[in-house]
Design a protein around this ligand. Sequence first.
Ligand code: HMG
Ligand code: MG
Length: 298
Amino acid sequence: PFPASVRIVEVAPRDGLQNETKAVSPDVKVELIERLSTAGCRTIEAGSFVSPKWVPRMADTAEVLSRIRRVSGVAYPVLVPNLRGLEAAIAARCEEVAVFASASEAFSQRNINCSISESLDRFAPVLAMAREHGIRVRGYVSCVLGCPYQGAVDPIDVASVSRRLFEAGCYEISLGDTIGTGTPFNAVKMVETVAEDVPIERLALHFHDTYGQALANIYACLGLGVSVIDAAVGGIGGCPYAKGATGNVATEDLVYMLDGMNVETGIDLSQLIDAARFISEKLGNRPNSHLACSLDRG
Ligand code: HMG
Ligand code: MG
C-alpha cells in the first residue's frame, strides 16, 4: 500500500553543499534554507559539526544556524560524529541531530576513521547526552546498496547496523545508497530485510542518483509503506568519501512524482524549483533535475 503522505527530509544544505567544488557564503546557505522552509519543507538538514579539515564546506554551520529565521514546525537537524559535535549542536540550539554509521567496514574507515563497532560505541554517549537535553537523534547507515571500496553489501549487515542504532535510541534510520548503484529489486529486498529488525515506519530512504535509479528505487520502496524520503533540491552534492558519487534524488523530481500519485508532501513545487535555480546558479551549475531542465528548455 502506498502512503497517503510522505515526509521529505531536505538535505541539500548539508549533503548537497558538503561536496560541491565551489564554496558558497553563509548568506547563500541562509537564503537557501529560508527558501526551502517557505516552499513548505518541514525538515531541513542545515549542516554538520564535523572536523573542518575533513569537510571544509561545513565549517560555517554554527554561523548559518545562528542566522536563519527559524520557522515554527520546521526542524533543522545537523550531523554530529562525536560528543564534540553534539556540544556544538547544543550551543547552536539544535533540537535534532544525526549520527552516521556505515554497513561497510571500508567506508566506515574512510568516512569517520574508525570501524563500525567503534562508531557505535562512540555514538552511545552522544545518544545519552542528547536524551538528557531532549534532542532527537536520527541514525544514518551508508552503503546500504553497495560500497565504493568493498563492492557488494549484504542486506543482513545493513539490518544489523540499523537495529543497533535503533536500539541505541535513534528515532529514525535513514538508509543511504551512498553511491547510487542500487536497483529496485535489490532496494526492496534490502528494505524488507531491515524491516524485520526496525519497524518500517521508522525507516527513511536516502538515495543518491548517480546511476539514475533513485526515483525507481523510491517508487518500489514506497509500495512497502516507507513514508520518509531524503532528497536534495537541484540534485546538488555527493559524498566526499565516495568518489564519483553525485547528489541525492532531486527534491523537485520527487515532489513531481508524488504530486502525480496524489501523495501529500506539503511542498509547493514552483517555489521549490525557484530554490533549485537559486542554489544551482550560486554554484555555477544548471539544476541537476529533470524538472528544472525541462522547464528551462521551455
Ligand atoms: P579523527 O581524525 O579520527 O578524529 O576524525 P580526532 O578526534 O583525532 O580529530 C581530528 C581533528 O578534528 C582534530 O583537530 C579534532 O579537534 C577535530 P586537530 O587536532 O587535527 O586540529 N574534530 C572536530 N572538529 C570539529 N567538530 C568536531 C570534531 N571532532 C574532531 N565534531 C572525525 C574523526 C569523525 C572527527 C572525522 O573523521 C570527521 O569529521 N568525519 C566527518 C566525515 C563527514 O562529515 N562525512 C560526510 C557526511 S556522511 C555522508 O555524507 C553520508 C550520508 O549522506 C548518508 C549516505 O549518503 O550514505 C549521511
Ligand atoms: Mg548522502
